[in-house]
Design a protein around this ligand. Structure first.
Ligand SMILES: Nc1ncnc2c1ncn2[C@@H]1O[C@H](COP(=O)(O)OP(=O)(O)OP(=O)(O)O)[C@@H](O)[C@H]1O
Length: 246
């Protein structure tokens, strides 16, 4: 049995935590959603991964099965890549990438919150897993592997409260600014809100768990206070909105 981190088909830079349908690889231990981009990769055993002489080649990350503009959900459905499930998955992936960049800026400044951001990126893999498992085609085993609870929402709330207590009160609209860490966190916040807009219709259609939408809603608040906190810690000025003379 493979460890869960190797249990899904390779997908670099695509949907977090999702794999192709179990149609291709069976649903069992280590075969479902799990760590996505950057995780260890299972060698493909399709003909594409064999050399002409029949010897094993280095595994390829592409199968070409998506070239026609269709891809698979975790439940094995083939859907057009323009489907809202892939839109939501792709946006969640963008969000994690934006947070990754903010986190790297944070590392340069020695911010302790980078550990929280790493945790958030892991949660976003689970967000992707839930999105990639539309309830309409999910079986019990799919649901068990991709459930998303309220616990991470509550943890975000604790983090938000603790930063908020340390911040100066808001007296004006803040513009995305305040140094590189802060500005990158504001950018992440904006991507987060777009991810939320993609997920809400799925939740309203009963296709994704309401806790996923809650998590993204809370995450944008967390990213907002964290952006302000980063600016404060670095002694950087937060630019504010000034109404121009018209
Ligand atoms: N453009 C996309 N945006 C968001 N998610 C995607 C996109 N394309 C595929 N996915 C999701 O990410 C998973 C892995 O992506 P991958 O690129 O391997 O899929 P593919 O395009 O169907 O296959 P291949 O690249 O091997 O032809 C897919 O199973 C699907 O759930």
């Amino acid at each position: 049995t493979e460890p869960p981190s190797q249990g899904h088909r390779p997908h670099i830079g695509t949907g977090p935590g999702i794999g192709t349908g179990d149609r291709d690889r069976g649903l069992g231990p280590g075969s479902g959603p799990g760590p996505g981009p950057g995780a260890a990769r299972r060698p493909l055993t399709t003909p594409a991964s064999r050399s002409p002489a029949g010897g094993a080649r280095a595994p390829r990350i592409y199968t070409r099965t998506g070239d026609g503009g269709f891809s698979s959900t975790f439940t094995g459905e083939r859907r057009p890549k323009g489907d809202r499930v892939f839109e939501a998955l792709g946006t969640t992936d963008e969000l994690s990438s934006a947070i990754g960049l903010a986190s790297e800026f944070g590392v340069e400044k020695g911010h302790a919150f980078v550990e929280q951001l790493r945790k958030v990126q892991c949660m976003l893999q689970d967000v992707g897993s839930n999105i990639a498992t539309p309830l309409s085609s999910a079986r019990e085993a799919h649901l068990k592997r991709t459930a998303f609870s309220e616990k991470p929402v509550l943890e975000l709330e604790q983090w938000i409260d603790s930063y908020s207590e340390q911040l100066p009160p808001l007296r004006a609209f803040i513009l995305p600014s305040g140094g590189k860490s802060s500005a990158a966190l504001h950018f992440s916040r904006a991507v987060c809100r777009r991810a939320e807009r993609c997920v809400v219709p799925l939740v309203q259609a009963g296709e994704a768990d309401p806790n996923v939408a809650k998590y993204l809603n809370r995450l944008s608040d967390y990213l907002f206070v964290l952006a302000r906190y980063a600016a404060m810690k670095e002694g950087k000025e937060e630019k504010i909105y000034i109404k121009s003379e018209q």
